[in-house]
Design a protein around this ligand. Structure first.
Ligand SMILES: C[S@@+](CC[C@H](N)C(=O)[O-])C[C@H]1O[C@@H](n2cnc3c(N)ncnc32)[C@H](O)[C@@H]1O
Length: 326
């Protein structure tokens, strides 16, 4: 099995199969109760094997899917580029390393940095199932003013900023901007997650980066602070563990996330991006767009628009618009 998404799903299923079901469910319940992830702490929250197994089984499929969506949009904006090396900061069990392998294939030097040793140990075990990740380095390190990042092509920071103090967030983004050609930051799709993303976006632009996705431009975000938040959704299949913990029969759930992908490379951002789920009405599709003229607007595409109408019916939340101009 070589497809990273399938391999990850199978590897995580084996991990859960190795645990008595009640114990797995209890570990996830403890994780949900303790892991709010919105308050900086002095020590890692993922403290032991049970914590990290619960994290990997319960959250990693969702963070993987969110990062993969962000990377797909980024890859469309830098079509000829393939990262030659990757550093995942606050990488935990390594979800973003799987997403990078899924987006670009091939192999590259990979380093995962985190302060939670049990997360790194489990991440390395899981990564043994994917040849592209077998040589990855798993390094224990604290994100803070002393963080030193060696020169690397791509830095990912996935679901980490909300766990850091303001000064550590700034130190991390500045260190990433100083060391990398591309930086991709993903946070939960909440108002707080979006606020962290916008803050990082501003810092990256000030450091000379251009935004490749999701924004069609590198000017200020047109969303008026406090009125709305830019976010997207990635579909995640629910594992049997999910169904056990969250009663309900849905076979999937939508992981909401906010992100910014910025780079020093030449970029071809989308002309516009669909920033809400399109509304399909009789004979028309309503698209809420963020556009390259730095505005948000609603576009109504009707049957009269012919092929564009067909494309609008297929358009998804998060897609570039119009198609073919990404
Ligand atoms: C919500 S998890 C995200 C893990 C992974 N990036 C993902 O997307 O699944 C947050 C990670 O950030 C790490 N972290 C939080 N604060 C940190 C710090 N000050 N230094 C190093 N790692 C930190 C945690 O140990 C944890 O692995």
């Amino acid at each position: 099995m070589n497809d990273p998404a399938d391999t990850l799903r199978a590897t995580l299923a084996d991990l859960v199969d190795g645990l008595p079901p009640r114990q797995a469910a209890r570990a996830v319940e403890r994780l949900i109760a303790n892991y709010r992830g919105d308050t900086p702490t002095d020590a890692p929250i993922l403290r032991d094997r049970a914590d990290v197994v619960a994290y990997a089984a319960y959250r990693m499929p969702a963070t993987f899917a969110a990062v993969r969506s962000a990377l797909t949009a980024f890859a469309e904006a830098v079509p000829d580029w393939v990262p030659g090396s990757h550093l995942d900061v606050g990488g935990g069990t390594g979800a973003a390393t799987w997403a990078v392998s899924d987006t670009w294939g091939g192999t590259r030097p990979v380093t995962v940095l985190d302060w939670a040793e049990p997360a790194l140990v489990l991440g390395q075990e899981i990564a043994a199932s994917l040849p592209a990740l077998r040589e990855a380095r798993w390094r224990r390190s604290r994100i803070g003013a002393a963080l030193d990042i060696e020169s690397v092509e791509l830095v990912t920071v996935s679901y980490v900023l909300n766990e850091l103090t303001g000064s550590d967030r700034a130190a991390l983004v500045d260190a990433a901007a100083g060391a990398a050609r591309a930086v991709v930051i993903v946070e939960a799709g909440t108002p707080a997650g979006y606020a962290r993303v916008v803050e990082a976006r501003d810092r990256l632009i000030a450091a000379g980066f251009r935004v490749a996705a999701p924004c069609p431009h590198s000017a200020a975000c047109p969303i008026e602070a406090g009125t709305d938040w830019c976010h997207f959704a990635a579909r995640v299949s629910r594992s049997s563990l999910h169904r056990q913990v969250k009663s309900g029969s849905l076979a999937y759930e939508d992981e909401k996330f906010s992100y910014v992908a910025a780079t020093r490379l030449p970029v071809e951002p989308a002309a516009s991006r669909v920033v809400r789920r399109p509304q399909i009405r009789k004979g028309q599709v309503l698209l809420d767009l963020c556009a390259s003229d730095e505005r948000l607007r609603r576009s109504t595409v009707t049957k009269r628009h012919g092929d564009l109408y067909k494309a609008a019916r297929d358009a998804a939340w998060g897609d570039p618009w119009p198609p073919g101009e990404d």
